[in-house]
Design a binder for this molecule. Sequence first.
Ligand code: FES
Length: 106
Amino acid sequence: MSYVRVCSLNELGEDSPKRVELGGGLAISIVRTAGEVFAINDICSHANVSLSEGEVEDCRIECWLHGSAFDLRTGKPSGLPATRPVPVYPVKIEGDDVLVSVTQES
Ligand code: FES
């Protein structure tokens, strides 16, 4: 699994998602909450809305447009209108660097 550096740890505020563009049209939201860092695809599975503009609570990120909240560990929505999960990605912390793997192979 190959990891890419997406930001430094001290750029991440608690419960304050950071949108990172990785090229190829892929944008992810990096979320620091409850002592952990998560990476989730930044686009809501219901419509083309940036999840990083939503609020974080109870290890979920809420879509600001219609209110579906996505589990930061699994990507699954907690309720309608979204029905499909959003991809989540493994995160590694090395020193002050936040690394994310967006490749599928293990
Ligand atoms: S656009 Fe996200 S729940 Fe509708």
